[in-house]
Design a protein around this ligand. Structure first.
Ligand SMILES: [Zn+2]
Ligand SMILES: [Zn+2]
Length: 351
């Protein structure tokens, strides 16, 4: 068992809006219930960019982003029962929560009301130390916030499932996407492409609503049954009253009224993308047809495990572009320009 902290190579943003650069960080000593993970791959999530550039408010610097982590356990604390050295594991958006509130007890740790979940990075842990994410070579995490990556799933394509996968899986399950249901996925990016794969695997009839038809071939290949451009006003007339569920994955503000008009009676529009500014809504858009406007954030630990098992069973991970650490800043620009198919994943051996 390690007694001291471990010095680890990482990529960090030294200040808001500054380019990321190579540095070293200290990981805490492996505690009784901790596992030390050799990180192999880390996905780049759009929210890494929001946070590294302080788009979501004041942040902690230096910041090592990354909450789509896949790796292998290399050491366990004496009290660890769920994992052993050599296990293939993942860490998503949280590394702790209060464990005592109703939500934590119900497996909804992401909605912890006892002080909130502890983010994998850009947060303070129980000892008041800043957390550092996956753009690094090792991480120490309490075993209760670690999930198992099934054997059938390669680690590189599994990494993005830890955020993009669970963020779409959780609402699709909650709002009963499945056989006989018409589901629309808004946006065909990192989240959206996972939404398409998962909704299709759940048995729903899937429609992609994307700004243009640029990624139509990919969408159909990944499991969509239909694909429409939202830049074409006819899409909204043609599809009025069509969907049981619309899952919006975009972080640009949308015309909610227009999208709500695409729902059937009792349909739900669920937002998992997070625009930086408030959006306008005419409440008549939900009154007529008893519609639901909702949101959803990632998923709990147990549900994350269920999602990984589901993806492995159906034989898919994310569509990725594997990059080296020196390409991170360029990748950020490309994510902002929607120029990635469909998730950048960092090979952390290059850090
Ligand atoms: Zn994310
Ligand atoms: Zn809690």
């Amino acid at each position: 068992m390690t007694t001291g902290t471990t010095t680890v190579a990482a990529y960090a943003a030294p200040a808001a809006k500054a380019p990321l650069e190579r540095t070293t960080i200290e990981r805490r000593a492996v505690g009784e219930f901790d596992v030390l993970i050799d990180i192999k791959f880390a996905g780049i999530c759009h929210s890494d960019i929001h946070q590294a550039r302080e788009g979501w408010g004041e942040a902690i610097f230096p910041m090592v982003p990354g909450h789509e982590i896949a790796g292998v356990v290399s050491e366990v604390g004496p009290g660890v029962t769920k994992f052993a050295v050599g296990d293939r594991v993942g860490v998503g958006c949280m590394v702790d929560s209060c464990r005592e509130c109703d939500n934590c007890k119900a497996g909804l740790e992401q909605y912890c009301t006892g002080g909130g979940m502890t983010g994998t990075y850009n947060a303070l842990d129980k000892n008041g130390e800043p957390t550092y994410g996956g753009y690094s070579q090792k991480i120490v995490v309490d075993e209760n916030y670690v999930v198992r990556i099934p054997d059938g799933l390669a680690l590189d394509v599994a990494a993005p499932l830890l955020c993009a996968g669970i963020t779409t899986y959780s609402p699709l399950k909650h709002w009963n996407a499945g056989p006989g249901k018409k589901v629309a996925i808004v946006g065909m990016g990192g989240l959206g492409h996972m939404g398409v794969k998962i909704a299709h695997a759940l048995g729903a009839e899937v429609t992609v609503l994307s700004q243009s038809l640029r990624k139509k071939d990919d969408g159909l290949k990944l499991g969509a049954d239909h694909y429409y451009a939202t830049s074409d006003p006819e899409t909204f007339t043609k599809l009025a009253g069509t969907f049981d569920l619309i899952l919006s994955t975009v972080s640009a503000p949308l015309s909610l009224d227009a999208y709500l008009s695409l729902l059937k009676t009792d349909g739900a529009f669920v937002n998992v993308g997070a625009p930086e500014e408030p959006v306008a809504l005419n409440l008549f858009s939900v009154i007529g047809g008893r519609k639901t406007l909702a949101g959803s954030g990632i998923g709990g630990i147990q549900e994350t495990q269920e999602m990984l098992d589901f993806c492995a069973e159906h034989g898919f991970g994310a569509e990725i572009e594997l990059i080296g650490a020196t390409e991170i800043n360029e990748a950020y620009e490309r994510v902002l320009g929607s120029d990635v198919r469909y998730r950048f994943v960092i090979d952390t051996a290059t850090i």
